[in-house]
Design a protein around this ligand. Structure first.
Ligand code: 4AD
Length: 484
């Protein structure tokens, strides 16, 4: 509104000025406070300006002559200090209440903050009874405690920091792919494929009595996607690099600290690959570029986690960003595990899947930095993984990235582009009819290609040092829990 008024004023300035209209418009504009976000107010660019700030009260300190408030609007971890005469005090100005404050931005006499807002109006927009509010003023509540209040935990410093980091990391990942020539594809949420073949599917059917007698809505069984990989593979027949970043669903009956029923996955598919190195390079570059971006753009938010949630984690993150990720084969990994003095719960024979305890051990063994494990036993991998037919052991050209504190962060592989081998494997599994369209991709201009999926919540756990995956997603879904 202000800008529009200013523009039309400048166009008509000559005649208006002569009639004295311009000066009266200016007087009106001068009186209208500029609406600022707290982060903008804190930047001190608007010192001396009359401004309006809206947000939620994080602290209240009434004194004899003055009232001090801290107001936060989610734009920054820092809150803006408000100083007002005690006549503006109001019993409904409590921790958690929503307010609109108008006043003048001044340089603060205290070193802790660059500016403060000298208020001449405070309007309580929404009251908050501090006795009922689950968060208490000046208390640092643990992540486990605030997890009980999924509808309110965004009001805490820790969770609002997490949400800013999550948003910034999302931006960084999209930027990485854009800068490197990948095309973003919106792969479907509802699909008739079980990409991973692990049977952890949520089936989709309409609800309500009017549908009970119906045939299947889609005529075929339909599911929430477990991975966008197969749809990306379709696109990799026309584009040399594609990616998708969206929700994926697994009906895993797990209460673990690294599994969710709904999680976000970053998936990419690269055409004309020569070897697994083409994939490990993209994974490592993306990880580094996103992490550097987050450390630079959310420094205070990341610090909050590194100082108060996992002290000492910053050194681990710095090492992850600086050092190259080592690459070992699955067979080397099995050797390392078998030579270790640690006693594992799960077997470590060649052919066994690596469990979290094995993955964490391998990461420690490699210096507590991310490590790629390649060339897994063929039988452990889904039908699409490329057969390493030239290897002495029967392995697939598959790769996992294991990271400190979490274990598996990424899973990927070269895809079997040779029609005869692919057909044989699908026939063995009785899937040749279901995947006849997939075999078509190998009939019409097929190229060697491969891709990977990175669990976005596990990535956030890894860089922030958060132990439980439920603390890095706004609304966690897991077995026996779907709150809100
Ligand atoms: O290893 P996964 O199952 O690989 C795939 O789905 C491939 N189709 C991806 C591809 O090649 N395009 O899953 C990839 C990653 C895992 O490494 C893990 O980080 C994450 O997704 N993930 C989960 N994250 C949270 N909760 C779960 N239940 C997860 N399952 C997998």
């Amino acid at each position: 509104m202000f800008q529009a008024a200013a523009k039309s004023v400048s166009a008509a300035s000559a005649s208006a000025a002569s009639r004295g209209i311009l000066s009266s418009v200016r007087r009106y504009c001068d009186k209208t406070p500029t609406k600022l976000r707290v982060s903008e107010a804190l930047s001190a660019a608007e010192l001396g300006a009359r401004v309006k700030v809206q947000g939620w009260v994080r602290s209240v300190r009434p004194q004899k002559a003055n009232l001090f408030l801290h107001v936060n609007d989610g734009s920054s971890l820092q809150s803006l200090q408000i100083v007002a005469g005690s006549e503006l005090d109001d019993p409904s100005l409590t921790f958690g209440s929503a307010v609109e404050v108008t006043g003048t931005l001044k340089k603060s006499p205290q070193q802790k903050q660059p500016v403060e807002l000298e208020a001449d109006q405070i309007h309580v927009v929404g009251r908050c009874n501090p006795l009922d509010f689950p968060f208490k003023i000046k208390e640092r509540h643990g992540l486990e405690y605030i997890r009980q209040f999924p509808h309110l935990r965004c009001r805490t410093n820790a969770f609002s920091s997490l949400l800013r980091v999550r948003s910034e990391a999302t931006t960084a990942i999209h930027s990485y792919f854009k800068e490197n020539g990948f095309l973003q594809i919106h792969t479907p949420i509802i699909t008739s494929n079980d990409c991973e073949g692990a049977g952890e599917l949520f089936q989709v059917e309409p609800s309500g009595p009017e549908h009970e007698e119906d045939e299947r809505f889609f005529s075929v069984p339909a599911f929430l996607t477990v991975s966008g990989q197969l749809h990306l593979e379709v696109m990799s027949g026309a584009f040399s690099g594609v990616y998708t970043f969206g929700p994926t669903f697994r009906a895993e009956n797990s209460q673990s600290r690294r599994h969710l029923a709904e999680f976000y996955m970053v998936e990419a598919e690269v055409s004309f690959t020569q070897s697994l190195e083409d994939l490990t390079k993209v994974i490592e570059d993306m990880f580094r570029s996103a992490t550097e971006h987050v450390l630079a753009h959310c420094a205070e938010d990341v610090d909050l986690f590194h100082k108060h949630v996992t002290p000492g984690h910053r050194e681990t993150v710095d090492a992850m960003v600086k050092k190259r990720f080592p690459v070992i084969t699955y067979s080397e990994a099995i050797d390392i595990l078998n030579r270790s003095s640690q006693k594992f719960v799960f077997p470590t024979d060649w052919g066994c899947d690596l469990q979290t305890e094995h993955e964490k051990h391998l990461v420690k063994h490699c210096g507590n930095i991310p490590v790629f494990v390649t060339d897994y036993p063929y039988d452990l991998k889904p039908f699409y993984a490329r057969d390493n037919s030239d290897h002495p052991e029967h392995t697939a050209a598959a790769v996992d990235l294991l990271v400190p504190g979490v274990g598996e962060l990424c899973g990927g592989s070269l895809r079997e582009e040779r029609l005869d081998l692919l057909r044989a494997r699908l026939e063995e599994a009785g899937l040749e009819d279901t995947y006849s369209w997939y075999m078509d991709l190998r009939r019409f201009g097929s190229v060697p290609h491969g891709g990977f999926g990175l669990g976005f919540e596990r990535y956030l756990q890894c860089i922030l040092g958060v132990d439980n995956i439920k603390d890095v997603i706004p609304f966690p879904r897991f077995s026996h829990s779907c709150l809100l």
